[in-house]
Design a protein around this ligand. Structure first.
Ligand SMILES: C[S@@+](CC[C@H](N)C(=O)[O-])C[C@H]1O[C@@H](n2cnc3c(N)ncnc32)[C@H](O)[C@@H]1O
Length: 229
């Protein structure tokens, strides 16, 4: 069975969030510039487009992602990216870590403390972690629902339900192979993390938050600027 993150990589271009993600990247760049950080790690870098922005700004950056398919795509854009885990990097080797567009939502509440500990380790004191989390509206008002996409050689159906602070997204993709269709299916769970959680972290101070409206009529994401204590 296909790794669900690689399945997401397959359907990413069919979902067509490019314009919204570009707006999100510009918002991140606007937040990063005044911090004057030079060495940046993009966790969950996906297809590498934000790394290209960082490269164009002459910043030193690399990305990691658990999807090999995404990393292949990122490398094709000429940026430094790998499937390494955070643990593979030296202590304090980045001035800033970013996790853009749902990456934190992919991490279950039971795993988030160890994820944040791994981020803390690669930052120096006062280093920054900038990330975003979906608002409740982002889950209930935007992500929940069914979408289908039909082209000559692909048929995609995405069915997302939000219950008990978890979004379960079931994905079914048929791809034409010769005269036959090959079926790929899988599911991804995303988790709602309330802002109150980030306000009481021991290792990070929450410096500021920025609501972002990408898809709906009210903020569907909040960007968090955290600084290592
Ligand atoms: C919605 S995509 C966003 C990708 C990218 N940041 C962008 O802006 O297009 C979320 C990405 O997070 C990756 N991911 C999820 N959990 C991860 C983890 N614990 N470590 C690294 N990558 C992760 C997924 O493979 C996926 O590429």
């Amino acid at each position: 069975m296909i790794n669900p993150l690689d399945l997401y990589a397959k359907i990413e271009s069919l979902i067509g969030f490019d314009a919204q993600y570009e707006t999100l990247y510009q918002t991140y760049l606007g937040l990063l510039k005044p911090l004057h950080v030079k060495r940046i790690l993009d966790v969950g870098c996906g297809n590498g487009k934000f790394l290209v922005h960082l490269k164009n700004e002459q910043l030193s950056a690399c990305g990691i992602d658990r999807s090999a398919a995404m990393i292949e795509r990122a490398r094709a854009l000429g940026v430094e990216a790998s499937t390494q885990e955070l643990e593979a990097f030296e202590e304090a080797s980045f001035e800033c870590v970013v996790a853009i567009a749902d990456v934190l939502n992919y991490i279950a509440p039971a795993q988030i403390d160890s994820f944040l500990e791994a981020v803390v380790r690669v930052l120096p004191k006062e280093g920054y972690f900038i990330c975003d989390v979906n608002t409740l509206y982002g889950f209930e008002g935007v992500a929940e629902g069914v979408m289908c996409h039909d082209t000559e050689d692909q048929f995609l159906c995405v069915d997302a339900t939000f219950e008990h602070n978890e979004l379960l997204t079931k994905i079914v993709l048929f791809e034409k192979e010769g005269d036959l269709y090959h079926k790929n299916e899988g599911s991804i769970t995303q988790y709602f993390h309330p802002l109150s959680f980030f306000k009481k972290l021991g290792a990070f101070k929450l410096c500021s938050t920025k609501p972002v409206t990408l898809f709906g009529d009210e903020p569907d994401k909040t960007i968090l600027i955290l600084q290592k204590r």
